[in-house]
Design a protein around this ligand. Structure first.
Ligand SMILES: [Zn+2]
Length: 311
């Protein structure tokens, strides 16, 4: 249910069973936060807010901020039937803030489902727990990342995914050039040739995005996943709307901004559709997520191909 508190600007979702905050309480807490004296979280009225000076995000304490964001994720998943118990979900992971949060949240949902399943051991077990796998598309062939740094990145990803178990999550690391059929002549060189033939930066970026999606589809169909979960957030989608409009792609725009995109063989789902990039950054900051991965990739992305990953 959407929060309709008079002073709430965070578009949050409050659990049905929680007592709703009185608008007066919220106003006085917000006023206290503004004054910087005895500031409390606008939701739980107990803990210290993250940062009284910050905008909407800063009026929550860390726990309420996290549960508010997870609420938006869960709401998008539930109201668009993104994941059902029988599904096998492949999370497209780039190392950016958004895909980190997406992976963490889908893991939280899966562990909760697993706990419920274990608790019902002797009862009806008709609802299995959905499976989760993680895919990382190695674009070093296109971005010229030194192999030593890529090795460090892959080590970080493996460690991160292993820390999210149980339940076990298979990690698939595929080079983007794997879209070429196996056994074909050096696919890495073929990819470079293909990208070199595209002279304009935007075209190259679009081509790479398409190849990345083909690689994800290939992994999903080879390993039995029936959903691909992407970390595209509101800010990313808004930026896509602008760029697609400028490129004259208005025709396909309504389909591009859906919660579930069934135009591909394996449908794409976007559970962070209603979350802002700054909220996801804030959550990673609170969780102290090491971002060496993304900064390394950012450093080596050619100026022309901004890292417009499935962030
Ligand atoms: Zn709180």
């Amino acid at each position: 249910m959407a929060c309709n508190g008079a002073s709430c600007q965070s578009n949050c979702y409050r659990d049905e069973d929680e007592p709703s905050a009185k608008p007066d309480d919220v106003r006085s807490a917000a006023a206290a936060a503004d004054e910087g004296t005895g500031a409390v979280c606008v939701k739980c009225k107990a803990n210290e807010p993250i940062a009284a000076a910050a905008a909407a995000d800063g009026r929550f304490c860390a726990d309420c901020f996290r549960s508010n964001l997870f609420g938006k994720f869960r709401h998008a998943v539930a109201s668009n039937a993104m994941i059902s118990p029988a599904d096998n979900v492949l999370v497209a992971f780039s190392g950016g803030h958004a895909s980190r949060v997406a992976l963490q949240f889908v893991h939280d949902m899966q562990s909760k489902a697993q706990k419920n399943f274990d608790a019902s051991r002797d009862l009806d077990r008709s609802l299995p727990v959905f499976g989760v796998g993680v895919a990382f598309i190695d674009e070093s062939a296109a971005c010229l990342i030194p192999s030593s740094e890529m090795d460090g990145v892959l080590r970080d990803i493996k460690l991160m995914v292993s820390q999210l178990s149980p339940p076990h999550k298979e990690l698939h690391i595929f080079p983007v050039e794997s879209v070429y059929s196996e056994g074909s002549r050096d696919s890495r060189d073929r990819l470079k040739e293909l990208l070199d033939r595209v002279s304009d930066a935007t075209g190259k970026e679009d081509l790479l995005a398409h190849l990345r999606m083909l690689a994800l589809q290939k992994i999903a169909s080879s390993y039995g996943y029936n959903r691909i979960l992407l970390g595209s957030c509101t800010s990313r989608i808004a930026s896509h709307v602008l760029s697609a409009t400028v490129k004259g792609q208005g025709y396909s725009l309504p389909a591009d901004i859906q919660y579930v995109d069934a135009r591909w063989g394996v449908p794409l789902v976007f559970p962070l559709h209603d979350c802002l990039a700054q909220e996801l950054r804030m959550l990673c900051h609170l969780d102290g997520a090491a971002l060496r991965l993304q900064s390394c990739l950012m450093d080596h992305a050619p100026a022309s191909t901004a890292w417009c990953h499935h962030s």
